[in-house]
Design a protein around this ligand. Structure first.
Ligand code: SAM
Ligand code: SF4
Length: 352
């Protein structure tokens, strides 16, 4: 691992500054936001190489002892729930299903934090074989990434010819009752022409589709504000085939804005992280696979919980460190600022 390619953790022992922080248990930041939604990356490895995320050769591999174990993940989930008021946990990566012990991670987390909603973001490969076990272990629902239903196009975007495996994964999730199954599609110039076909396919399968504006989190650093596809352009393309009516957000911190399709009840969502930023309502806190807290996808400052956990810290000490890390969360991602610089880590290394 190099610092440049994998991020900039705080040095062990270096603490966030909390002198002006009110003494409240929750994950409050300086702008009054409270994080209640935890994203945990369980690995940086992946079975695909999506061009908007991973480099063709994959990310530099981490040694197994660098990555949090199932028991360590469950401990941090328990701390987040009991001490910090987190009420939703999503497992992500890299690809969470690449971890052989993913069912154990879910089962231990469910036992450690009863009542917390557990979900997963996955590319779906291998989900047909594991969906039932994951549901039994306590997983409530899944978001599955699928950018196109055209096989050649899928292979070009992901650098792997695995569309049939993803479709089998979607069927597996539906059969296991991991509902609602949501499909995430990153909006790219190359996917725009097939966007209406993808929506038609999702309507037919009874799964909810959300498009995501592409963010500058690709390892190849190809993203450009001037060439990305904005939500408005997608709406124009979908509007040629479907009758769309705006219904807005289900709650202020929900990233997706929703539209009914052809009078409903089916809907389509758009997560316009770039052109209609929702940073002021963000309620996320993130843990990387190595156990560092990131207050934002776009912040390179990371606070190392793994080090304190492994030297035997109690829950209160871990929670305090986590609170400090979130207190320093910045107001927004700053993508529209003149001097914007993308974070060192790409999406697959942070956990999307
Ligand atoms: N491998 C899993 C998957 O693809 O669903 C989980 C990890 S992936 C990093 C999480 C989500 O981030 C996916 O929905 C993916 O499409 C999205 N994503 C990856 N790179 C992105 C980017 N540059 N901009 C916006 N979304 C991105
Ligand atoms: Fe892998 Fe998900 Fe990144 Fe695609 S978006 S390369 S599936 S981690």
């Amino acid at each position: 691992m190099t610092v440049v390619s994998m991020g900039i953790p705080r040095l062990p022992g270096q603490r966030p500054s909390v002198a002006d922080r009110p003494d409240v248990p929750v994950l409050l930041d300086r702008f009054g936001r409270v994080a209640r939604d935890l994203r945990i990356s369980v690995t940086e490895k992946c079975s695909l190489r999506c061009t908007y995320c991973m480099p063709a050769e994959g990310l530099p591999g981490l040694d197994s002892e660098q990555v949090l174990s199932a028991a360590e993940i469950a401990r941090l989930v328990a701390v987040a729930h009991r001490e910090l008021g987190v009420h939703e946990v999503r497992f992500t990566g890299g690809e969470p299903l690449v971890r052989k012990d993913i069912v154990d991670i879910v089962a231990r987390s469910a036992a450690a934090a009863p009542g917390v909603a557990l979900s997963m973001t996955t590319n779906g490969i291998g989900l047909d074989r594991r969906a039932a076990a994951l549901a039994r272990a306590g997983l409530g629902r899944v978001n599955i990434s699928l950018d196109t239903v055209d096989r050649a196009h899928f292979a070009a975007l992901t650098r792997r010819d695995r569309l049939p495996a993803v479709l089998a994964g979607i069927d597996g999730a539906l059969a296991a009752g991991l509902a609602p199954v949501k499909i995430n599609a990153v909006l790219m110039r190359e996917t725009l022409a097939g966007a209406a076909d993808l929506l038609a396919w999702c309507l037919e399968r009874g799964v909810a589709l959300r498009f995501i504006e592409q963010m500058p989190l690709d390892a190849d650093r190809e993203w450009a504000r001037s060439t990305m596809v904005p939500a408005a352009e997608l709406l124009a393309v979908l509007g040629d085939r479907f009758d769309l009516t705006e219904i807005g957000r289900s709650d202020p911190s929900a990233p997706a804005e929703e539209w009914t399709v052809d009078g409903g009840p089916a809907t389509v969502g758009i997560i316009a992280s770039v052109t209609r930023s929702f940073c002021s309502d963000c309620d996320r806190t993130r843990l990387t696979a190595e156990g560092t807290v990131r207050s934002c996808l776009f912040s390179d400052v990371e606070t190392d919980l793994r080090a304190v956990l492994r030297r035997g810290a109690d829950d209160a000490e871990i929670a305090d460190l986590w609170r400090g890390a979130m207190w320093e969360k910045s107001a927004g991602h700053g993508m529209d600022d003149a001097g914007f610089v993308p974070p060192e880590r790409s999406m697959g290394a942070i956990g999307g």
